[in-house]
Design a binder for this molecule. Sequence first.
Ligand SMILES: *Cc1c(COP(=O)(O)O)cnc(C)c1O
Length: 422
Amino acid sequence: MPTTLVAEESQITNLNLMFGASGVKCNELVTTLSSEATTFDIIQSIIKTKTTEIHSPFSVLDLRVVIDLMNKWKTNLPFVKPFYAVKCNPNISFLGALASLGSNFDCASPTEIESVLSLGVSPDRIIYANPCKSEAHIKYAVSVGVNITTFDSVGEVEKIKKWHPKCELILRIKPKEETGARFRLGLKYGAFLNEVPELLKAADMAGLKVTGVAFHIGSMGANTQAYRGAILLAKTVFETASRLGMPKMKILDIGGGFSSGSKFDEASLNINDAIKSYFENEDDLIVIGEPGTYFAETTFTLATKVIGKRVRDELREYWIDDGIYGTLCRTVYDYFIVMCSILRFDSKHKYDTSEHTKTYPSTVFGPTCDSTDTILKEYPLPELEMNDWLVFSNMGAYTTACSTNFNGFSSSAKNIYVSYSS
Ligand SMILES: *Cc1c(COP(=O)(O)O)cnc(C)c1O
């Protein structure tokens, strides 16, 4: 971990305060390892030092990764204010870290808003980015001072006029299809371009101010060129508003769909370039983004224990204590590349570093009685024994957030270890 990326002291103090007050079970902060320790080293050390009382499964939230990602965001997209999409991973310590690093928040429900407010974040750092809200939830937004929301229907305008007439509106539009995303959020939300004039007029008649445009190109694997097309589409909506004589729009919300890694660089180039091309004369433009996957995915690593084993000729079958109804829910999608490594300890609880050369085609089951609760099939693994560990990387985006208690088993959500460099 390069020392230049350590958060300022005040941030660390804030983080500590937040973790202390969060009520979340942070079993322990791992601070005794060298700053170069990998997440794998951290997991190993947790298991080694806490063998008797360790709760499995557990996850490690590596704040060093969050700090790196925030720095990367600020470097690549200096003019885009991040509003972290809470639904992706609502872990409170993670939210606290993001808050102290200056992130704002995209919330879709009162529960998400409450979590963010509980950290002392002021309500003007929250966008209620759900285009369809129940009346009760709109009333909740008024009561806590969340005053900006998205919409894409006349019905929503009517509700907001009635219950939250001072609310600022952002019009959610539908980007062109075939962005290549695995989760096409545009299937449900977003107005078509030909619906825009009617929606703008409805808001105007209701005395509501539409201050900007939002879109989401879709999650997981969307083509980064899609930002360019969507930004151009947003520009035409700005123009439509002007043509209809409405107050000048000022907010461009480019949504989520970012992954970390080289695809982020590609996305950033497309976004910066498109904003320069299409919005160059808009001096007071405010650009915001709603990254979820970008911040959460690589930040959490899951450790699960081998709790059962069966040998059938060459085939090895193992059970672990987390599965598709828990933290590993995304492994059911074939696009999700499972990155799994093993941690073995010898009888003296020493980490076993012997070379595991021979591998066997292995099946790894989750703990529930459902046979679809299978995480790996014909996956080459060395011979594992009971109480060995399987460690899964990139387990932060839409993992614990989507997990259930099916069959009475729970995910790693309640067993989070937080690591950061001080
Ligand atoms: C889910 C969602 C996001 C986050 O999407 P990612 O692809 O995970 O970054 C952002 N904005 C809205 C409105 C969403 O529904």
